[in-house]
Design a protein around this ligand. Structure first.
Ligand code: UDP
Length: 429
């Protein structure tokens, strides 16, 4: 089987945790590797963002990244990218025509932009389009952070079109499947729930004291960790306010408290790090706050192992890979009860889910974990067990079932008008 994945707006070769690169990039790399291990040849098409990129770059044995010229070099805003969908689609078709390697059996679009290109590409090749939205504009617009602009109408319309016309929609959670049906009118029979995973070889539990030492922190540090792009939607400011509240509740922690914010600028949040630094100063905790650049995955695992808790106070989160990575490393998560986080975190067992964004609520949960090491360790252990159930191999198996079912359904659809539902029926069956 050969699968063409489309990831127009961000490359799987980019460092996650900065710019437009985040969970989706990690997702594509991990499933491409695991699919290739199962004998599926995966080509990921992405937009070339600088001159001199090779047409084809190696990702893993059996998986490659194909660079397509579409629009000017450099980072482009998502709305600008929408204007370059036509050349991107043309570039994908042209690359395939020039390969002489046989055709693809399925197209897998990631995010609505690629999905729109995918509709045309899949139609031209006569193969199914499997679509992962990753986030949904209508859902995101319901829970924006203060000051964030709503997602534009062009995206909502694009997602509407995909919900109607993709052969199979892949949702991370049952909640997302419900949103696709409820907010976009998707046929529930064409939605497959395939949870994302975590790399259980990299994100492993380990010696907390050794991890603290490697990060240059004292053995008794209370480390509160935020990992991800620094943007309003992920609410790192709530963590800072909670840290300040924690010190009011438990002043004896002042000397031990460290708040690490690991991650870079996001496309839409250029002023965020400065705002955070100002906020830390105004809260009187500037000496405890470390704003750190994006880290590679093995180093990130050390941060998780060293942390007292990982805090994910997002306003909206399609799944929350960071929460699962933290649990896999044996560190509890204190997270907002939004999006995929209730699936990613076992509330009360491996972490604490909080309704809303009141820093006081976060401070209370963090105080319990900081003052009761046995509680932290017990929750950490439960987290390891919870994360063990979420592997990228299982994600790849789920996708493979989806591709096969969609291919069977697409064949049926080509044969007659009743065929299009067959993909999900076969998948569900
Ligand atoms: N990440 C990383 N280095 C960093 C910050 C983040 O590799 O410095 C990765 C993180 O490990 C996770 C991904 O970026 O796998 C973020 O995914 P998540 O689902 O938490 O958020 P999203 O970016 O999808 O909103």
């Amino acid at each position: 089987m050969r699968v063409a994945m489309l990831s127009m707006h961000t490359s799987p070769l980019d460092q996650p945790g900065t710019g437009d690169a985040g969970g989706m990039n990690v997702y594509i790399v991990e499933v491409a590797k695991r699919l290739a291990e199962r004998g599926v040849q995966v080509d990921v098409f992405t937009r070339a963002t600088r001159p001199g990129l090779p047409p084809v770059a190696h990702l893993a044995p059996g998986a490659a990244v194909r660079h397509v010229a579409a629009g000017p070099f450099g980072a482009l805003d998502k709305l600008d990218l929408a204007r370059h969908l036509c050349p991107f689609t043309f570039g994908v078709l042209r690359a395939e025509a020039g390969q002489h390697m046989g055709h693809y059996d399925a197209v897998h679009g990631h995010y609505w932009l690629s999905g729109r290109a995918g509709l045309a590409v899949a139609h031209r090749w006569g193969v199914p389009l499997v679509q992962s939205m990753h986030t949904l504009a209508r859902v995101k617009n319901q829970s924006l952070a203060e000051g964030d602009a709503p997602e534009p109408e062009v995206r909502v319309r694009g997602e509407d079109q995909l919900a109607r016309h993709a052969d199979l929609l892949v949702a991370n959670t049952h909640d997302e499947a419900g949103q696709l049906a409820g907010h976009y009118g998707a046929d529930p029979g064409r939605v497959a729930v395939v949870p994302p995973g975590v790399d259980l070889d990299v994100f492993t539990p380990g010696d907390r004291a050794a991890a603290l030492r490697r990060l240059g922190l004292p053995a008794d540090a209370v480390l509160l960790l935020f990992v991800g792009r620094v943007q309003r939607l992920k609410a790192p400011d709530v963590l800072l306010r909670a840290a300040a509240r924690l010190l009011e509740r438990a002043p004896s922690l002042r000397r031990r408290l460290v708040v690490s914010v690991v991650g870079g600028l996001s496309g839409s949040g250029t002023a965020e790090p400065r705002r955070l630094a100002d906020l830390a100063r105004s809260l009187g905790i500037a000496d405890a706050v470390r704003l750190e650049p994006p880290r590679g995955r093995p180093e990130l695992a050390e941060y998780y192992r060293a942390a007292t808790a990982t805090v994910v106070p997002s306003y909206s989160e399609s799944f929350g890979l960071v929460a699962v990575e933290s649990q896999a490393c044996g560190t509890p998560v204190v997270a907002a009860r939004v999006g995929g986080l209730p699936t990613a975190v076992a509330d009360g067992a491996s972490g604490v889910l909080i309704d809303g964004h009141d820093p006081e609520d976060y401070a209370r949960a963090l105080q319990a974990l900081a003052e009761r090491p046995a509680l932290r360790d017990a929750m950490g252990e439960a987290g390891v067990a919870h994360a063990a159930g979420l592997s990228w191999s299982a994600t790849a198996e789920g996708l493979l079932r989806g591709y096969r079912a969609a291919a069977a359904g697409a064949t049926a659809a080509a044969a007659g008008p009743a065929g299009s539902g067959a993909a999900a029926e076969a998948w569900a069956g």
